[in-house]
Write a protein of this length. Structure first.
Length: 411
């Protein structure tokens, strides 16, 4: 009984302590919240539009340079000379925007193609998710931490890169430690206490090997580490980044195997792990990794659905594969990956009329010449390439193409 009375008194105290707002005040607060939400959407949309024009000026301008440098340096015991030189270098005109631009080298290779998927906010804090489309059906998701600063300006505080598996400020800070590693800085990177001198030395050497793209040396040291050091996130990030930049597939795969062992459920590693799970035919794990990214970012976009469709297809879940592919093509009719997913799913289910509809989109919209030989090279489409529906379509399509060529020659 005493506990019940105590609980009721506590509830009464909490309720009495809550501020009372009039209807007018509530309306004003709602209007202000709506204004801020629109501010986040408009300003983030303008940044993405600027990126798609090939400019990083708006993004760089939205970042408070001193705040970002403080985040990068943080509590890391970076060599003081490295720290000073880096800060001075950023003061040079245009160096900070160029520095920000270097974080998007892969995305910018064939021109930035950015899609603003989501903007959420509450008060003066917000987040945005942007998808970057790259060549060879590669995609990246970047989650931006946002806030409204002084003068009603949108500030990009930091961002998480889901393809590379790190937060921007953390990775730059790690690279500064790698550039001139010292015992105290490296000791601070290690996530357990009472680190021995030998362990510090080993981590220094493995980070230097990654820095120098010396993969023989990297794995010679890494394989000799005890498990407590092998699982260190910074060691894996440094090695994985180096392997990707150097395009060393075998090294990348070996590091991803370690990532899968130590961080199987980490959302920031989930996109990276697809490069290990799919070739290794671990399709359920690939499906789980995609769902983990989808739930973490709270997105429902065509790329994720097309990828999930392909995953469900190889797992034998035809109905789900078709539904996800159809959803992807409805969400983004201009996404080529969605039509490939639709073609394969419909062909596997022997819904050949609908498969031909997807085929026509791939031919007319994306310029693919999908003759029987081309289709037969894809195991999932070989049976479809011999179907009566496809052969009839191909024959009619071939006649049309020949007629157009004759007409063009006559002109």
């Amino acid at each position: 009984m005493h506990k019940v009375i105590k609980f009721l008194l506590l509830c009464n105290l909490l309720l009495c302590g809550m501020p009372a707002y009039s209807e007018d005040e509530i309306d004003e607060r709602e209007l202000e919240e709506a204004r801020l939400q629109q501010k986040f959407r408009d300003d983030m949309g303008a940044i993405v539009d600027d990126l798609n024009r090939g400019s990083f000026d708006r993004l760089a301008y939205s970042i408070n340079e001193n705040d970002m440098l403080d985040r990068i340096f943080g509590l890391r015991l970076i060599d003081q000379r490295v720290k000073r030189d880096f800060r001075e270098d950023m003061k040079e005109r245009d160096n900070f925007p160029k520095f920000i631009e270097t974080a998007y080298k892969e995305e910018a290779k064939d021109g930035i193609r950015a899609h603003l998927l989501l903007v959420e906010s509450r008060g003066e804090r917000g987040r945005a998710v942007v998808r970057f489309d790259m060549a060879h059906f590669q995609f990246n998701y970047v989650e931006y931490e946002l806030r409204i600063g002084s003068w009603n300006k949108l500030n990009v505080v930091d961002w998480k890169d889901y393809l590379w598996g790190h937060q921007f400020s953390d990775r730059v800070g790690l690279s500064l430690v790698q550039g001139q590693p010292n015992k105290n800085a490296v000791r601070k990177l290690i996530d357990f206490p009472n680190v021995r001198e030998q362990q510090v030395f080993q981590v220094i050497e493995v980070l230097k090997a990654a820095r120098d793209y010396d993969f023989d040396r990297f794995f010679q040291i890494y394989d000799s580490l005890d498990v407590s050091l092998q699982r260190q996130r910074d060691v894996l990030v440094a090695g994985l980044d180096a392997a990707r930049i150097a395009r060393k597939r075998r090294s990348q795969r070996k590091i991803l195997m370690a990532v899968a062992k130590f961080y199987p459920n980490d959302p920031l590693f989930s996109l990276s792990l697809l490069d290990y799970y799919f070739p290794d035919k671990q399709f359920e794990k690939a499906h789980d990794a995609l769902m983990r990214v989808k739930k973490t970012l709270r997105i429902d976009d065509a790329v994720t659905n097309a990828r999930l469709s392909s995953t469900m297809l190889v797992m034998g879940q035809l109905e789900d594969a078709i539904a996800l592919a159809d959803k992807a093509t409805e969400q983004e009719p201009d996404l080529e990956l969605g039509w490939w997913a639709a073609l394969r799913a419909r062909a596997a289910a022997e819904i050949y009329v609908d498969a031909i509809a997807a085929l026509e989109q791939l031919q007319t919209q994306f310029g693919h010449s999908l003759d029987p030989e081309a289709l037969a090279k894809d195991p999932s489409l070989e049976q479809f390439s011999h179907s009566e529906e496809y052969m009839t379509w191909f024959a009619a399509n071939n006649v049309e193409q020949e007629a157009e060529e004759v007409e063009g020659d006559a002109e």
